[in-house]
Design a protein around this ligand. Structure first.
Ligand SMILES: Cc1ncc(COP(=O)(O)O)c(C=O)c1O
Length: 438
C-alpha cells in the first residue's frame, strides 16, 4: 500500500502509467469528452497539470501557474497539503474505499462530529451526497417532505447547480430554457444590491401568495460575481421565513469553509438556517457534498428516501475532516482576514475609476472585477480576454457574473502574501493592457 501511495507524490514523469504527453491528452479529451464540459472554453490548448504545491500547479514541462480558481472555489488547502496527503493515506491504507450506504464508517462518523463543531447548535444531522447540485436537491426534498408543501422561492442571479431539480432554482435562462425544469413550483424574487426594502416587500408578498416549502438563498452570490447583499439582509430573510413558517435553505456550496473569511457565509449575519447545503471546499478536492439540518427534519424521513451509491465514501470524508482540522490549526480564516482580503481591497482601490470597470466586489478570499462597455452594457469579452492572457502569463483566472462580465479571483486559502502580491501585480497589468470591447 505504501508503495502505491508513492504514486500520489509529485513525480508523475517517473511513472509510465500516467500519460505524460500533452498532445495525446488534449487529443483524446477533445475527441471523447462531452462538449457540455468546459475544458476548451478559453483555449484549445489548456495547460495539463501533473502536480501542485500550495497555490501553484505544475505542468509536465515544469511550468508553474499561480491558481486564482481553486477548482471553482474547491481546493481551499491548495495542492499536496500534508494534511490531505495524510488523510488520503489513513483512509486508503485498509483498502476499504467504499462500502455503500448501508454500513457505517469511522471516517463518516468522525466527519459528522467535525461538521457539528463548525455549524450552529442544532444543525447536527447530515445527508451526505456527491455533488453540490445533488445537495441542493436533497435539501429541497427534505423541506418538501417536512412541510408537506412543494413550492420554492429562489433569488434572481442565484446559482444552485445544473441537474434538473437544482436548475429549477437557478436563475439563468441560457442554461434553463432548453430543459424541463420545475417552473410551476418556483418563483424568483430580487436579490438586493444596495437597498433591501423593495426586495423584502416582494419577498413577503411572494411568501404569502405561494406559501412555499422553502426558500433557497446564497449569503453572497458567488458564481454570479460575488454579489454581496447589504448587512442584515439575511437576518430579515430569516425573520420572514420564521413568521411565514417556511424553511430557510442557505446554499453554502460556494461560500462554505472559509471563502468569505468565516466558516460559512451566513456567519456574517449571524443567522441560523434551517438547512445548509455544502460541497466544493467541504472535502477540498474529492466529490463530497451534503445537507446539514436538525434531527426534526433529517431524521424524520423514512430510511431510503434519499440514497445514492457513493454517498459519504470514507476517503472523501477523511479529506473533509482534514479540511476542517487544517482551517482551524493553520488559522486560515485569520489568514483570509489579515493577508487575502486586505490585498483584494487594495487591488480594488487601484482599479477604481479605470476605463471599463463597473465595480469591484470583495468578500473574504474572493473578488469580482465587473467590466462594462462604453454603453454601460456588461463586457463579457474583456473578462474572457484577461483570463486568456492570464494563461499565457502563468495565471489561472476565473470568470463569472450574470452575463459573464466578471473576472474573478478565488485562490486557495493557503496562498501566501508574496504570491498574492506578485499575482495581483500581474493581473492588474493584464487588465490595464486589455481594452473595453464594443
Ligand atoms: C452556490 C452553489 N450551489 C450549487 C452549486 C452546484 O455545485 P456542483 O457544481 O458541485 O453541482 C454551485 C456550483 O458552483 C454553487 O456555486
Amino acid at each position: 500500500m505504501a508503495r502505491d501511495l508513492e504514486r500520489l507524490k509529485p513525480d508523475p514523469l517517473a511513472d509510465s502509467a500516467v500519460m505524460n504527453d500533452s498532445d495525446s491528452i488534449l487529443g483524446l479529451t477533445l475527441e471523447h469528452e462531452s462538449s457540455a464540459a468546459n475544458t476548451f472554453r478559453l483555449t484549445d490548448r489548456p495547460p495539463v497539470f501533473v502536480s501542485g504545491e500550495g497555490a501553484e500547479l505544475i505542468t509536465h514541462s515544469g511550468d508553474r501557474f499561480l491558481d486564482f480558481v481553486a477548482g471553482s472555489s474547491t481546493n481551499v488547502l491548495g495542492y499536496g497539503h500534508p494534511a490531505h496527503r495524510d488523510a488520503l493515506e489513513r483512509s486508503a491504507t485498509g483498502g476499504v474505499f467504499h462500502t455503500g450506504t448501508r454500513l457505517p464508517s469511522s471516517f463518516r462518523a468522525k466527519l459528522y462530529e467535525d461538521l457539528t463543531s463548525v455549524l450552529p447548535t442544532g444543525l447536527n444531522c447530515f445527508q451526505l451526497v456527491n455533488s453540490g447540485a445533488e445537495a441542493v436537491e436533497a435539501a429541497i426534498k427534505a423541506a418538501q417532505f417536512a412541510t408537506g408543501r412543494h413550492g420554492l422561492i429562489a433569488f434572481e442571479g442565484g446559482y444552485h447547480g445544473r441537474t434538473l431539480g437544482a436548475l429549477s432554482v437557478t436563475d439563468n435562462k441560457r442554461i434553463r430554457e432548453p430543459f424541463s425544469v420545475l417552473d410551476d413550483r418556483v418563483r424568483f424574487v430580487p436579490y438586493p444590491a444596495s437597498e433591501t426594502e423593495g426586495p423584502l416587500v416582494r419577498l413577503e408578498q411572494t411568501l404569502q401568495e405561494l406559501k412555499p416549502a422553502a426558500m433557497i438563498v446564497e449569503a453572497v452570490q458567488g458564481v454570479s460575481g460575488v454579489r454581496i447583499p447589504p448587512v442584515g439582509f439575511l437576518k430579515q430573510v430569516r425573520n420572514l421565513c420564521t413568521e411565514n413558517d417556511v424553511l430557510l435553505i442557505v446554499d453554502e456550496i460556494w461560500n462554505g469553509f472559509g471563502r468569505c473569511g468565516t466558516w460559512f457565509g451566513f456567519n456574517r449575519d449571524d443567522v441560523r438556517p434551517d438547512l445548509v447545503t455544502m460541497g466544493k471546499a467541504m472535502s477540498g478536492s474529492l466529490p463530497l457534498a451534503g445537507v446539514a439540518g436538525p434531527a426534526e427534519i433529517l431524521q424524520a424521513w423514512p430510511p431510503g428516501m434519499h440514497t445514492s451509491t457513493f454517498q459519504g465514501n470514507p476517503i472523501s470524508c477523511a479529506m473533509a475532516s482534514a479540511v476542517i482540522e487544517t482551517i482551524r490549526a493553520d488559522d486560515l480564516l485569520g489568514h483570509v482576514e489579515r493577508a487575502i482580503e486586505p490585498r483584494f481591497r487594495a487591488f480594488a482601490e487601484q482599479l477604481k475609476g479605470a476605463p471599463g470597470i463597473a465595480e469591484c466586489r470583495v468578500c473574504g478570499a474572493q473578488i469580482a472585477v465587473s467590466f462594462k462597455k462604453a454603453t454601460g452594457a456588461p463586457d463579457a469579452d474583456r473578462s474572457t480576454e484577461v483570463q486568456r492572457a492570464g494563461l499565457s502569463a502563468g495565471l489561472l483566472l476565473y470568470g463569472g457574473g450574470i452575463h459573464g462580465e466578471c473576472l474573478m479571483l478565488v485562490p486557495p486559502l493557503v496562498i501566501s502574501a508574496v504570491q498574492l502580491d506578485r499575482g495581483l501585480r500581474q493581473v492588474l497589468e493584464l487588465i490595464q493592457q486589455s481594452n473595453p470591447s464594443g
